[in-house]
Each structure stands twice: as structure tokens, then as C-alpha cells.
Design a protein around this ligand. Structure first.
Ligand SMILES: [Cu+2]
Length: 378
């Protein structure tokens, strides 16, 4: 309701401005009738000039107000080995960019205001100034070089080869959810082929590959605190993007071109909840729990979960592409792991049929290639 009233007020204020502008414009046309065409009435011009100052001022205030209102929710603590380095770089980059934005835009709007049309004002012919050109080329160049270099160093650390003890998980994006495949005891993911994809075999697994036998799928991502995790990423239909806000990681999921990333979660879900509990904003009730009975209401910290979200607008259901991520300690993870069953085991009949079909098509392909070779040699 409040936001509706605010919107109405803003619209009305804008309409009033528009009408004032229109009236003053018409008045100036009437006044200048019969006068020399060269002479311009400055009232409308002055109104425009002052509005020109007002606009960036209101815009900047609104932007800072909005950002500060949501700061607690978007500035969530990190839970990853490179989190501190990432956050400090991000903070520095934001400070530099915001300062530059304020300085350049203040100058842009102020000078436009200052040098508005005035009677007897004449423009000075000022073609160039070498010193000024050198200063405003070198200063941004140095700042950007430092930022780019710092960013490259961090990027190199984040994208280097994963440690050899990393657990291997595949994440596949599709319109509109994520599927995770765990590599099982052998820590090897079995092969796949998009041609084998159907309603049951959603990831297109190649069941003739023995490494598939212990792979299991899940709709949640379960990780272990302190244990490196290597993600193999792919997309089934369009571009998606794997984004872990709390692990400060993001990587595109590209159809036909697997990508990868790795990281080490540093806090279990429980530990993160305890940390968030210290933030007054998280003591407030979670709006998703307030609709039912009063005893069901939970605080934000209680319902907190890590998440994998899609960060590439990938279609109508993009907003719902969210996977819950749970970080366990070693013992809890083992308990969860013990309850998981390989895909091959839970779909025995289907897999047997598929193996037969795949073997047949493979055999067909081989014989076709053979016949091609034969026809070439002839
Ligand atoms: Cu998506």
C-alpha cells in the first residue's frame, strides 16, 4: 500500500513539473512574439537548468537509500577459503567506482548548469590542453591497471587446478532446475551423451561406461566443511550460470562445452546460521513462515540455507532455478552418503534396456564406419 502511495506521489510531482514547464514554455513563446527571433526567453531554460541539478541529486540519494536498506541482506558473510581476499577486492573496486561516478557526474551536471544560456555569455574557444589530457589519461590508466592486476591475481588463484583430494561432483543446468551427480566411491564420473537423454535418464548417462555404476543423482548439493569440491558443469539446453553467493563463485554453464570450478567450504550450514544469528536483521521473522500458525514462525537465521542460483537469464522460469546447498561436517556427510543409492541400482530394468540399445547403436556406427573405409579403399 505504502509503495503505491509513494509511486502515485512521484507520478503527481512529475506531472506538476511537466505542466509548469509546458506553461512557462507557452508563456515564453507568447512573450517573444513580435520580438527579434535571436532573443531567447530564459525562464524555461533556467527551470530546466535547476531541474538538471535536482535530478542527479534525487537519483543519488534514492540509490544510496535503496542500497543501505538492503545492505544487511546482500552483504552476507562468506564461507569459502578465498572469501576474505574476494571481499576486500570487491570493496576496493566498489569504493573506486563509486567515487569516480560521484566526481565525474557532479562535474557533468554542475558544468551543464553553470554554462547554461545567459544573455551576453560567450563561449571561449578552447581547443585542447595537453597537460589536462595527460592527467586524465594516466590517472585512470594507473588505477585500472592496479585493479585489473589484483583481480587477475585472485582469478588465477581461484581457477587453478583443484587439489587432488577434491570430491568430484557434476552440476547440470536445465530449464528450470539443477541436477547434481556425485561421482561415488571411485571419485570418477561416468561418461554421457546428450543423445541418451530422456525423461528418466535426465543427464544422458552412458550406461556402458563402468564409471557410471556408482554415480548417484540428487536435487540438493551436499558438501563437507574443509573438503575441496571440484564441480564439472554443463547445461542441457541454453546458457545458465552456476552462482554460489556465499562461496563467492560463479561460472557459466554452457551447452556442449563443460566448464569447471573448485572451492573449499569453510563453515557448515549450522555454523553459518549461528553467525547470522548475531545480526539483528536475522532475528526478524522469515516472511515465508509467517502465513501459518504462530508457533510455525521462524527467524531468518533459522531458515537460512546456502544456495546455488542461476545467474543467467535463461527463460521464463529463471527465477526458480535455485538448489539448496548443505555443508555438513564429516560425520553428518557420511550419514547422508550412506542413504544414497546409485542411479543404476534404482533403475535396473531401464538401464538394462538402455545398455542394449546403446550397444546396438554403437555397433551400427562401427559397421557404418567400416563400410565407409572399405568403399574408400576400393
Ligand atoms: Cu538458468
Amino acid at each position: 500500500m505504502n509503495s503505491l502511495i509513494i509511486t502515485l506521489i512521484v507520478v503527481l510531482v512529475l506531472a506538476v513539473f511537466l505542466i509548469i514547464f509546458r506553461i512557462s514554455n507557452l508563456a515564453s513563446i507568447l512573450r517573444s512574439k513580435g520580438k527579434d527571433n535571436e532573443e531567447i526567453d530564459t525562464t524555461a531554460n533556467n527551470i530546466n537548468a535547476y531541474l538538471f541539478l535536482l535530478l542527479p541529486l534525487l537519483g543519488t540519494i534514492a540509490a544510496f537509500w535503496y542500497a543501505s536498506k538492503h545492505a544487511t541482506l546482500w552483504g552476507q558473510p562468506d564461507a569459502v577459503q578465498h572469501g576474505a581476499a574476494y571481499d576486500s577486492l570487491s570493496k576496493i573496486a566498489h569504493i573506486v567506482v563509486i567515487l569516480m561516478f560521484l566526481v565525474t557526474n557532479a562535474a557533468l551536471f554542475y558544468f551543464t548548469f553553470k554554462y547554461r544560456h545567459k544573455k551576453d555569455n560567450k563561449a571561449t574557444f578552447y581547443p585542447d590542453n595537453l597537460k589536462l589530457e595527460i592527467v586524465w589519461t594516466i590517472v585512470p590508466a594507473v588505477i585500472l591497471t592496479v585493479l585489473v592486476f589484483a583481480g587477475w591475481k585472485l582469478w588465477r588463484d581461484v581457477t587453478k587446478e583443484a587439489p587432488s583430494n577434491a570430491m568430484l561432483i557434476e552440476v547440470m543446468g536445465k530449464q528450470f532446475n539443477w541436477i547434481a551427480r556425485y561421482s561415488g566411491a571411485d571419485n570418477k564420473l561416468g561418461g554421457f551423451n546428450f543423445r541418451y537423454t530422456d525423461d528418466i535418464n535426465e543427464m544422458g548417462l552412458d550406461f556402458t561406461d563402468k564409471n557410471v555404476n556408482d554415480d548417484f543423482q540428487a536435487t540438493e548439493l551436499h558438501l563437507v566443511k574443509g573438503k575441496p569440491v571440484r564441480l564439472q558443469i554443463r547445461a542441457r539446453d541454453v546458457l545458465h550460470s552456476v552462482s554460489f553467493p556465499h562461496f563467492r563463485q560463479k561460472m557459466d554453464a554452457v551447452p556442449g562445452q563443460p566448464t569447471k570450478m573448485w572451492f573449499i567450504p569453510t563453515k557448515t550450514t549450522e555454523e553459518m546460521r549461528e553467525e547470522l544469528r548475531k545480526n539483528p536483521e536475522y532475528l526478524k521473522p522469515d516472511p515465508n513462515t509467517t502465513k501459518g500458525k504462530p508457533e510455525d514462525v521462524k527467524a531468518r537465521w533459522e531458515t537460512f540455507d546456502y544456495e546455488l542460483v542461476c545467474q543467467e537469464i535463461c527463460g521464463r522460469g529463471h527465477f526458480s532455478m535455485r538448489m539448496r546447498v548443505i555443508v555438513h561436517d564429516e560425520d553428518d556427510y557420511k550419514k547422508w552418503l550412506a542413504a544414497q543409492k546409485p542411479f543404476v541400482e534404482t533403475n535396473k530394468e531401464y538401464v538394462a534396456k538402455k545398455i542394449e540399445a546403446i550397444t546396438k547403436t554403437k555397433a551400427g556406427k562401427v559397421s557404418m564406419e567400416d563400410s565407409k573405409k572399405v568403399s574408400k579403399t576400393n
